[in-house]
Design a protein around this ligand. Sequence first.
Ligand SMILES: Cc1ncc(COP(=O)(O)O)c(C=O)c1O
Length: 448
Amino acid sequence: MSNSKFRDIADVIEKRIVNGDYPPNTKLPTHRILADELSTTPVTVAKAYKLLADKGQLESFVGRGTFVCGHSELNQAIQAPKDEENTYNFSLLQPCLYKNVPSLQQAYRQTAEQLTPALIGYVEDSGHESHRLSGVAWAKKYGLKGGHSGNTLLTNGAQHALSLLIETLSKPGDTIAVESLTYPGILAIASLSGRSVVGIEMDHHGACPNALENVIKSHKPTLVVLVPSHQNPTGISMPESRKRAIADVINRHKTWLVEDDIYCFLDEQPIEPIANFAPDFTFHISALSKALSPAMRCGYIKVPDNKVDLLNAHIRANIWLSSPMNYAVATVLIESGEAFRIAEAQRVTAAERQILARNTLASLNGSVSSGYHIWLPLPQQWQPERFAMEAKNRGIIVTSGSYFVTNGGTSNHVRLSLMAISSEKRLESGLQALNELMSLDVKALFPY
Ligand SMILES: Cc1ncc(COP(=O)(O)O)c(C=O)c1O
């Protein structure tokens, strides 16, 4: 065996990662199985895995095996190519932004005119009280109870809230329980901060209470992170009965729950969040990114009373505070009611686009979903990485289902956001192009 044999093996694995044979979050074969396949020794495979782990492409967990990292692929999962005119972007989960521009222009103008030294100075407690109160009003409108300026913190969007909570409530080496298919931003935080992830089985109402209970007993996660409304990626919304059942498990086991409720405004009639039924253990996240603008970076967390000081200390140590300028704009929009009008208009647009998608995409078989995105099943012949790659060659950006899996699972879906493409006409032609691609004979396209 040459000294560099393990490098050759690492090259083979790397190629398999790049061409989609080993998608993100896939569990790799054991040293022995891969050694037999590549006619080498388990020690050489172990050295190759170590080399790729050092490069940040693989990660190993004692007792669970070696996995392809998800974090390095986050920019692949969510892409924002500059050439918008020639691209159908189904990967960005954002509102139909052009509709929001006039209201935001007006609110930014008003904020600039009313600028005071207090607004452009340092502030205590993660931001101004009036800005925290507007966060309370936002979340209350969509069903959250018990929020007040003393237990509501300001963050740079929901992503910052998630990383703040994961890094504050757990430590490296701990396990975090998430839905078995979950938002890659959560997997990226876990992977970069050395937390393991365990998936909770889901059914058509979201994470199953029994499965959560089993995961808590068997894996002893430090915290549970769930997206109960219009879940990313499946689009599932938990009914109130399921939320109560989840809260019951959380209360009995006294486990921390992070409830990422960023899509709460997409229900025509608000469904109460889990936080209402387990207030002592739930950190409830809401944000304006999906209704108003992701660039405002306005997020809110309602926090159990005994964790307010700790989280404020972390926010202050990390970023001092989120920009009061953007929160001032948010406050103008929330206090005038304009924010709720915009959110409702986006909800209606999403509902209309869902109907368009259902009427265009044959593989949906008329099945109903709601919200900004669709979890599209692919015909059996297609593997999602390959489908996403082939779509990209045709100027269509979709997100392969492999970015969302946990527990080394697989997926034969892609996620489509219906809102980033600005006109309905373009959306329809993008959907038709996807339909055509799905119907192609894969063996004829890829004869090797
Ligand atoms: C479930 C979920 N949480 C958090 C985020 C990030 O939101 P923000 O832009 O507010 O950081 C996203 C974005 O897609 C999301 O889908």
